[in-house]
Design a protein around this ligand. Structure first.
Ligand SMILES: [Ca+2]
Ligand SMILES: [Ca+2]
Length: 299
């Protein structure tokens, strides 16, 4: 629907206070006015005649001096300009917002955000996806600490971390929380908690894995929920990955297993590996140690 906005009043040396919803910097007043036209809730604007970096300050307001006469105040160097406000007599029902300059009557009534329908009593459709929901769920669930002492892993020479399961059950996610220490995947590279910051790996900068004990093979993260890969290993073993929502210096990382939960038994032991150490790949130039707490979400 086209909008028709009639700008009718100009006053120099004044500005409307406390109703600015957007501030922009423009070349001239005409562009300020056009922006007010384009913003459906704009009713008036304040325009600063002074130049800052060759631009003028343009403040868009969602009200005017008719509705708030006390808010129109002296302001040197400003111009205040308002449009004919068809919303000034509050023509819309309480459950709708009035938008000026639309339709034959000069205004239209719109439902408040999130509602729709003739009476504005129906919720708008909102689409939730698995990736949007899971961080909320992980924030709300009860996490059980699995390790009794800090689980520390190094980057070379089979120096994996260890933790054991304190109660049998089914685990829907593992959370590793960084406690101390940093890692590097080659000398001079930025330090990391979980992997390696290097353009060689693109977005696959995470290298922290969980394996069953006595096994040097990836248990977590689940290969179907992440992108595991790596450019350098001759032995074709995988050792680096991308995990949506996390990077190699995130305070924590979460391995979601809820779609394929992991049955665990009392005292079952797991190992935490640095990927290059697990894959026996490019170990000699690695360094550092990362210590973590491990939590499980029992489902
Ligand atoms: Ca190794
Ligand atoms: Ca290395």
């Amino acid at each position: 629907m086209c909008r028709k906005l009639e700008f009718e009043q100009h006053s120099r040396g004044q500005a409307l206070k406390d109703h600015v919803f957007k501030t922009i910097f423009v070349l001239d007043e005409e562009i300020c006015r056009i922006n007010c036209y384009l913003e459906s809730k704009c009713i008036s604007y304040n325009f600063d005649l002074r130049l800052v970096d060759n631009k003028h300050r343009c403040e868009l307001s969602d009200s005017d001096h008719r509705l708030h006469p006390d808010d129109l105040q002296p302001e040197n160097n400003f111009i205040y300009c308002t449009s004919k406000n068809h919303c000034s007599k509050n023509p819309c029902p309480l459950n709708k917002n009035c938008q000026n300059g639309f339709g034959d009557k000069g205004y239209r009534c719109q439902c408040h955000t999130g509602y729709t329908g003739e009476a504005c009593d129906q919720c708008k459709k909102r689409i939730f996806t698995f990736n949007k929901i899971m961080p909320i769920i992980f924030h709300l669930v009860v996490w059980v600490k699995l390790n009794t002492i800090d689980a520390c892993f190094r980057t070379r020479d089979e120096n994996y971390g260890v933790f054991s399961i304190p109660q049998a059950g089914v685990i829907g996610a593992f959370k590793l929380v960084h406690l101390s220490g940093t890692l590097v995947c080659f000398n001079g590279n930025p330090t990391s908690y979980w992997g390696c910051q290097s353009s060689d790996y693109g977005s696959k900068t995470l290298m922290t894995f969980i394996s069953h004990s006595d096994q040097k093979s990836i248990l977590l993260p689940r290969p179907n929920l992440t992108q595991i890969g790596g450019p350098y290993c001759d032995n074709q073993r995988l050792y680096t990955y991308k995990l949506n929502g996390f990077n190699d210096v995130s305070p924590e990382i979460i391995f979601n297993t809820s779609s394929d939960p992991l049955q665990v038994t009392l005292d079952q032991q797991f190992w935490i590996w640095y990927g290059q150490d697990m894959a026996d790949c490019s170990e000699s130039n690695n360094g550092g140690e990362s210590c973590v707490d491990v939590f499980g979400w029992y489902i």
